[in-house]
Design a protein around this ligand. Structure first.
Ligand SMILES: [Cu+2]
Length: 137
């Protein structure tokens, strides 16, 4: 999750629980990244150009990132405990391969979904549901 032109790049990252994420600073200015989100509360002291820091995410959930210096910087890390996860493309599509047959819970998360968890959950069947659409209000 780089910082470039005073923004997080990519703005949203999906990682497996237990992953360590690098935060390389590609800007000339210094950044100080923090999160107040329940799955990962942390703060990284100021660091400068071409330096990097890392943080490990042992708890699944949604993590909103900010920068103590640049208020407008927003980034998101979705920590998942399933191999069947992914980030949608610009059109809102994602392909999950190898999903086993049987019922499953499909969770869609977006920082601007207006539910307390930012999630919409749908029961699906891995054997028969080939294309699933979830309408977000
Ligand atoms: Cu910053």
């Amino acid at each position: 999750m780089a910082q470039k032109d005073e923004a997080f790049v990519p703005g949203t990252l999906v990682v497996a629980r237990g992953s360590t994420v690098a935060f390389p600073n590609l800007d000339r200015v210094r950044h100080s990244i923090y999160s107040f989100s329940k799955p990962a509360r942390f703060e990284i002291d100021l660091y400068g150009r071409d330096q990097s820091r890392t943080h490990t995410f042992p708890v699944s959930g949604s993590v909103a990132l900010g920068c103590n210096i640049h208020d407008k910087m927003r980034g998101y890390i979705r920590v998942v405990d399933t191999p069947f996860a992914g980030k949608t493309d610009a059109n809102g599509y994602v392909t999950l391969s190898g999903v086993p047959a049987g019922t499953a819970r499909l969770t869609v998360w977006h920082p601007r979904i207006r539910t307390p968890s930012g999630e919409v959950v749908k029961q699906v069947n891995g054997a028969t549901d080939q294309k699933i659409s979830v309408r977000l209000r």
